[in-house]
Each structure stands twice: as structure tokens, then as C-alpha cells.
Design a protein around this ligand. Structure first.
Ligand SMILES: Nc1nc2c(c(=O)[nH]1)N[C@H]1C(S)=C(S)[C@@H](COP(=O)(O)O)O[C@H]1N2
Ligand SMILES: [Mo]
Length: 424
């Protein structure tokens, strides 16, 4: 087989998988991927952003390699490193540990990449790479404790996916042990249903409030370490086969134009925004999600007729990772003036909040924007900056352009244009 034939076989397989997922899910679109590598699907409309819970069918999907065919009866998660070695069967996990359900707004760190100018590479997400589900599984802390895992400050947990690496790049992510023990779960259910194969069947890591990349699907191994995956023993193709640092040290880093991401063995700041504004990490890792909001109703380009009392209800969601959104404002004049929206309770940690704004427009065409602020006083910036400004863009209320198009939370590109008709 020539390299080209191999390439086209892989491309066909990817297309077939994308179509199969779309057929199972229903109301989703295949999201364009400029390099033709990922499997990316998102909701076909803004409807999920006008509702708190995202149906499994509309939950976005993203992964890099083929979905592995896994026999759940024989599948095990291996525990390795500074912990008692073990092979955890999926049924054993279910029966030996307590079951919990946790809400989580999962957002791909590349969400909203389509608004970068010039274009950043890979999947061209608009607002569609974010969804909220209730995840069922077992607390990771109880599994780690039962096997004597190290937990001193500076301990890391590396999760390795069971998807077959396409170019030798095994899907592995490292998170600090403190987060692993605080609220992570080994998940086997989603909104009360068994985990679908494209979401990580039979078991995935779930890291509440942090970018989706950390929630490793088809979990194969958990390794307790004194550093992240970093260094030659992880960086080189072990046995001439695979390497583990691609998704931790190279991709999913916020890197300005013209720079290479510098690897780190350890860091102590896990809030993505704090890494951006602080000095510890030159090229931030995408961990805790930045504050953001999206209007779900009216949808982009909608024509609406006010109710008898002259009002139009604007609905949307706002989230801030493992921080809490405290304020959402809405503007109907492109950001000149802002009014406060109200939250619709209940509020769950690590999940978005549904907001409502009662709007009284005259007939005409409007640009509706939303802007959220978190409990640490951080507000979404207005726009995405230029490559030459680097992280200095923040000083001008602009989110820094970066090579991978990661973690952008600027509000202007996410607005909707709405035409208001005369009320009856
Ligand atoms: N094993 C494995 N896990 C993975 C990925 C992957 O490619 N392989 N993609 C990650 C990324 S980048 C995201 S955003 C989430 C998406 O999860 P979902 O498809 O269930 O929405 O899965 C993460 N877990
Ligand atoms: Mo992602």
C-alpha cells in the first residue's frame, strides 16, 4: 500500500465514523476540520443554549483517533505508578464503589476557534463545542484511596486513552492529584443512559469544570506520577511505537505566533486565565474553563414577534469552569449599553447557568450580545486580538490570538443578529 492509499483509507474510515455518529445522534452537524483529522460534531442549532440540560443526542463530540471497539466485559483500567498495581474491571468499579452523579459543562478548548482571524488550525468550532450533562460514575478519590495512591502536593495523575494512536501519538493527559481527588469521577453513564461509544464507552475520566480535553475517553490506564507526562521516557516513541506528550505538552497549549510550546514537568496554577495573566507558565495549559456566555434564543438570523406586552424573552447560558458565574449582561446595541439578566435556578457547580433577559424592542434589526463575569471578578473580553499583539492583547480587552485557537471567550463574535417584527 502506498502512503497515499493508506491516507485515503484512513480518510474514508473517518468519514464513515462521522456519518455513523451523526445517524445515531440526529440533530447534529459535522463540524469542518481544515486538516481532515478529527471527528467533530456539534448541535445543528442554538437550541441547547436555551436549555440547561443537553440531550445526549445533541452533546458535542470530539476526538482525534478512531473510536476503539471495546468489549466491556474484558476491559480494565490499569492502575500504575505510585499506587498498588491493579486492573479494574468495569463491573467491579460499579459494584465496589459508591455511584454518584455530577453535572458538568464540557467545553472543547477549541470552541469558537472559527472566529480567529487569521484562521487557527484544526476543527472550525463556532459556538457548538459546549454541552451540559449529568455524568454518572464512581468518585476517583475512593478508587485511589483503596489502592494507596500517593497524594502529596506536586503529585500528578496521568490518564491514558485506549484509542489507537494514528501517528504514534497516544492520547494522554496529566492533571494534578488534588483535582483528581477533589471531584473527578470515572464515568460510565450520561444523563442516566449508558455511555455511548463516541463519548468514551465503557468508562472515561470526567474532570468537572475543566476543558474537555482533560476528560479522557475509553480510559485504559491511570498512572500516579511525580510530574506530568514530560521528558524523554514519554516523549520518544517507546519500543519504537508510541509517545505520550503530544496532547499534554504540544497541543492544547496557548502559544502566541512564532513561539514553540515549552514543556514543563510541573506547574502550580491550574486556572487557565490566571496562567494567561501570570508569570509562572509561558504557554498556558487548558485546564479550568474561562468565563463565557452564549445566547440560545433567539437564534442567529431569527425573526421574532414581541408578545402582547411588547417583550421578547432572551435565553442563554453562562459558565466559568469550576468557578461560578455571578453576573450576565445583555446588550441590544452592539455593546454600547448593557442590562443585567436574571438567572433561572437551580445552580450546580461546574455547570452553566441558564439566564433570561426580558427585552422590549421596537421593530428593527439588532445585534444581541451577552457578557458574563465570574466570582473572581473576571469579565469576558470584547474581541479576539491580532497575532502580533500576543498576550498584550489582554490590555486592550482582547483575547490573545494563539496558534491553536484555544480557550477564547470573547463575546462580540458570539452575538446574534435578530430582526424584530411589529407585534400583532
Ligand atoms: N481518548 C481520548 N479522549 C478524549 C479525546 C480523544 O481524542 N481521545 N478528545 C478530548 C477532547 S479534545 C474533548 S473536547 C472531549 C470531548 O468529549 P465528548 O466527545 O464526549 O464531548 O474528549 C476528550 N477526551
Ligand atoms: Mo477538545
Amino acid at each position: 500500500m502506498t502512503a497515499d492509499e493508506h491516507e485515503s483509507g484512513a480518510a474514508q474510515q473517518r468519514q464513515a465514523e462521522l456519518r455513523a455518529i451523526r445517524d445515531r445522534k440526529g440533530d447534529v452537524r459535522i463540524v469542518p476540520d481544515v486538516e481532515g483529522r478529527y471527528r467533530a460534531l456539534g448541535p445543528a442549532s442554538r437550541d441547547p443554549f436555551a436549555n440547561w440540560l443537553t440531550p445526549v443526542e445533541e452533546h458535542y463530540v470530539l476526538h482525534r483517533h478512531d473510536t476503539p471497539a471495546i468489549d466491556a466485559d474484558s476491559w480494565t483500567v490499569s492502575l500504575r505508578g505510585d499506587v498498588d498495581d491493579a486492573e479494574l474491571g468495569v463491573e467491579d468499579l460499579r459494584s465496589e464503589y459508591p455511584t454518584v452523579a455530577v453535572p458538568h459543562t464540557m467545553e472543547c478548548a477549541g470552541n469558537c476557534r472559527a472566529f480567529f482571524e487569521p484562521k487557527a488550525s484544526n476543527v472550525d468550532w463556532e459556538v457548538d463545542g459546549a454541552s451540559t450533562a449529568f455524568w454518572t460514575g464512581v468518585p476517583l478519590q475512593s478508587v485511589l484511596d483503596a489502592h494507596g495512591a500517593a497524594s502529596a502536593d506536586g503529585t500528578w495523575l496521568t490518564a491514558i486513552g485506549g484509542d489507537t494512536a494514528t501517528d504514534g501519538d497516544v492520547f494522554a493527559r496529566s492533571i494534578p492529584m488534588a483535582k483528581a481527588r477533589a471531584d473527578c469521577i470515572l464515568a460510565f453513564g450520561m444523563n442516566g443512559q449508558p455511555l455511548p461509544e463516541e463519548h468514551g464507552f465503557p468508562v472515561r475520566l470526567l474532570v468537572p469544570g475543566w476543558y474537555g480535553v482533560n476528560s479522557v475517553k475509553w480510559l485504559d490506564e491511570l498512572r500516579v506520577m511525580d510530574k506530568m507526562v514530560c521528558g524523554p521516557e514519554w516523549d520518544e516513541r517507546r519500543d519504537g511505537e508510541d509517545y505520550y506528550t503530544q496532547w499534554q505538552q504540544r497541543n492544547y497549549r496557548i502559544v502566541p505566533e512564532g513561539e514553540e510550546p515549552s514543556p514543563n514537568e510541573s506547574i502550580s496554577e491550574f486556572d487557565t486565565w490566571e496562567q494567561l495573566v501570570g508569570d509562572e507558565v509561558a504557554h498556558p495549559y487548558t485546564y479550568d474553563v474561562n468565563v463565557k456566555s452564549v445566547i440560545g434564543y433567539p437564534d442567529e438570523g431569527a425573526e421574532v414577534t414581541p408578545r402582547r406586552d411588547g417583550t421578547v424573552e432572551v435565553l442563554g447560558v453562562a459558565w466559568a469552569g469550576d468557578d461560578e458565574v455571578t453576573t450576565v449582561e445583555v446588550s441590544a446595541d452592539g455593546g454600547e449599553t448593557w442590562s443585567g439578566a436574571r438567572f433561572m435556578e437551580p445552580h450546580f457547580p461546574n455547570a452553566w447557568r441558564l439566564f433570561r433577559f426580558c427585552w422590549e424592542p421596537a421593530p428593527g434589526t439588532y445585534e444581541l450580545l451577552s457578557r458574563a463575569t465570574d466570582d473572581r471578578g473576571r469579565t469576558q473580553p470584547a474581541s479576539i486580538g491580532d497575532p502580533e499583539d500576543g498576550f498584550d492583547a489582554l490590555d486592550d480587552d482582547e483575547y490573545p490570538w494563539n496558534q491553536g485557537g484555544y480557550a477564547a471567550n470573547a463575546y462580540e463574535p458570539l452575538g446574534v443578529s435578530v430582526t424584530v417584527e411589529k407585534s400583532e
